[in-house]
Write a protein that binds this ligand. Sequence first.
Ligand SMILES: [Zn+2]
Length: 173
Amino acid sequence: MDRVTQIGKFVPKSGKRSFGAPSGMTPFGELTRNPVMITISDPGGMHRVVAERGKSGKVWLKCDCRDGAAEGWCQHRVDLICFRYDAAPAADAELRRAFEGIVTGTSVFNTGRDADRALRAFNKCLEVFDGRRPADIMRGNLGKFTDLISDLAASSGELEDALGQLRRLLEAA
Ligand SMILES: [Zn+2]
């Protein structure tokens, strides 16, 4: 009962106290494997994602794909942060658990999931724009353009912020 009060709803299965670890984060000493390497396979080829937690709680999440080098972030890492393993068929249950233990509850995890939400909102907005954009600006259609573009601009701005934060976090050595 005490433990529940002290660290919130998350109680480690081991029963060990986890002072200093934010709710939901596996304590460093309880990580089964660290670092872990996950192989991603997509139309662009094979890529290697390596996740490692430092003792301070910092997570390094690297991917050797071209986007990762050029953009500072990539969809591979966002997918893994969201526990989507479609492009990683070789990642068995044990490897997934080890990876999830490293990232869950960390700032990379929270920032990556924020970026994923922003990406999905932007894509949805783009879809709406493509589906509803008028063929011309006559008969009051210009106002429809204004509404559609305002929505798109807002979600694009939010996405830029979210990806900027993720990029800064992933690039910090
Ligand atoms: Zn990548």
